[in-house]
Ligand binder design. Sequence first.
Ligand SMILES: [Zn+2]
Length: 71
Amino acid sequence: MGLKAFRTCGRAGCPALIKEGSHCPKHRQQAEQREYETKKADPAWRMYLHPRWKKFRQWFLRLEPAMSACH
Ligand SMILES: [Zn+2]
């Protein structure tokens, strides 16, 4: 126990002390939002989220039940 358990927020200039994660609660949301924006811009990630892809995957897993063991 002690101050060693705490570190400062990952956001430059933010003096908030945090116990876990990389940002204080206030900046964590912003960091996650930025991460989501980055992912959203990735075509592979967009395809993965696409409903048609999910349907195809379900169909594929039904067709090859053994393949589902990999996931
Ligand atoms: Zn912060």
